[in-house]
Design a protein around this ligand. Structure first.
Ligand code: SAM
Length: 462
């Protein structure tokens, strides 16, 4: 029984690899699969914790670093507080792309195939307070994981939706940037996930191509004129990569975008000739970069299609209601910074905040899409009693007057396991639990006991 991915590669995969690598390189590629997969993390600039002094930087992303070995992330409270995201290094090249292309200051981004959220959280950080990200995932269980990662990241500029690509047809010309990180045959994950090898077959590649073309057909018109479409896969074959780009450019009008890459990065540029134009793709191979396999290409939509939205006088929605600060409990409104312009909504017993300037965009999206999370959930009022939400604890939105209880690592782990923790009686009521200054969640100090409000579904089970 072969135990290294390099020994068990399907013959047909190797035949196909010959169309992208020469024979010597195929040897190097196979050797690289026998090595350990590098571990990398990308820090959350809005939740700074400590310097990355012992780590090697990922050269194309200033917030990403390689770790000398893979630690137990579960046992690091700052991981649960959203201080960093464990992201494969090649994927963080998206940062370099974003910093190269010219995006308007308050861009609207769509990440169409977003779970578990690596690229959505990168987009969220890159666009920051002025931008907005729609992080969409069609599969329900994966949309739940995406939602949790967006909540942990905590910027409040992201809307999580669960829609099929066909549901976006009312949003043509709406986005400044559309990212299609397409479901693919996963050849670039052979080292990290050897199960991908047994799932690989030429038939599966063909199924992936058909699915990718269907997705491209449904979303090729979503970027505004002058907006960008970024297409990525974690696979090597030309059918799912260069041929998908050729398909896109035959169906829709796009200009090529060339991304400068440094030679020492080991990234390979691929030219894609379509009629009179040459488009570009960027290929990552594990024998050339410290990372896994990736293909990524950037195109710019021609023409001037632009669906701008204005605020409607009334907002009619089956579940969501606009509310004003005077409609929400004083316990919540008094915590918010009055200088930060926000708009409030009620969904059932919960109250949510979004940045004021995003109101027309949000309401348009809420009209068209199945929204699973948006902005920051502040809390609920149940039978007249205010319950601050875990989402608010993890968000960067202020919690002005709430006392904090800083815990040691061991105590923080107890809190994250939903075990009981102790607090002295000097501060009663709601306390924000922090570790290294990073909020982790809520407890309520009743004097004779402390109730732990860490969500049951999120608790550490080990
Ligand atoms: N962008 C993600 C990240 O960086 O964390 C990884 C996305 S993964 C490569 C592709 C995603 O596409 C999966 O979450 C998968 O559930 C989703 N997907 C599967 N079938 C799809 C379809 N027909 N249309 C859109 N997305 C689909």
């Amino acid at each position: 029984m072969p135990n290294k991915p390099s020994e068990s590669l399907p013959g047909k995969f190797l035949e196909q690899l010959e169309t992208v690598l020469d024979p010597q390189e195929i040897q190097d590629f196979r050797k690289s699969l026998a090595k350990a997969s590098p571990t990398s993390i990308r820090f959350n600039p809005h939740k700074p914790i400590s310097s990355a002094s012992n780590m090697d930087p990922v050269p194309w992303c200033p917030t990403a670093y390689y770790l000398p070995e893979r630690p137990s992330f579960t046992l690091d409270p700052s991981f649960h507080g959203g201080a960093y995201y464990v992201q494969e290094a090649s994927s963080t090249f998206l940062h370099h792309i974003l910093s190269t292309i010219q995006l308007p200051p308050s861009s609207i981004a769509l990440d169409l195939c977003a779970a578990p959220g690596g690229k959505s959280t990168l987009l969220s950080s890159y666009l920051g307070e002025t931008g907005i990200v729609v992080a969409n995932e069609v599969i329900k269980s994966r949309a739940q994981v995406l939602k949790e990662n967006i909540i942990k990241w905590g910027l409040g500029n992201t809307i999580v939706t669960q829609n099929d690509p066909s549901h976006f047809s009312d949003l043509e010309g709406f986005f400044d940037i559309v990212l299609v990180d397409a479901p693919c045959s996963g050849e670039g994950m052979f080292r990290k996930d050897p199960a991908a090898i047994s799932e690989w077959s030429p038939e599966n590649v063909s199924l992936c191509v058909a699915r990718q073309q269907r997705i491209i057909d449904q979303v090729g018109a979503l970027p505004k004129g002058g907006g960008y479409l970024i297409y990525a896969t974690c696979t090597y074959n030309r059918k799912e990569n260069e041929e998908s780009i050729a398909f896109l450019t035959r169906e829709f009008a796009y200009d090529p975008v060339r991304i400068p890459v440094r030679e020492e990065w080991g990234i390979r540029e691929s030219e894609i000739a379509v009629e009179d134009d040459t488009y570009y793709g960027y290929r990552f191979f594990p024998h050339q970069v410290t990372g896994e396999g990736l293909f990524i290409s950037v195109l710019r939509r021609t023409g001037n299609s632009d669906q701008s939205v204005g605020l409607t006088k009334e907002f009619r929605h089956s579940h969501l209601k606009r509310v004003s600060p005077k409609d929400i409990p004083e316990e919540i409104s008094s915590q918010l910074d009055s200088t930060r312009a926000i708009r409030l909504y009620q969904l059932g017993e919960s109250y949510f905040a979004i940045p004021e300037k995003k109101q027309p965009i949000f309401e348009k999206l809420a009209d068209c899409l199945n929204i699973r999370y948006f902005g920051v959930e502040l809390g609920q009022v149940i039978r007249g009693e205010w319950l601050p939400s875990h989402e608010w604890a993890l968000s960067v939105l202020e919690k002005k007057n709430i006392p904090r209880l800083e815990l040691s690592r061991d105590e923080a782990l107890k809190f994250l396991k939903k075990d009981s923790i102790s607090a002295d009686n000097s501060q009663k009521g709601w306390l924000l639990i922090t570790y290294l200054g990073l909020p982790l969640g809520w407890v309520k100090n009743l004097g004779n006991r402390v109730n732990n409000y860490y969500p049951k579904a999120w608790r550490i089970r080990s």
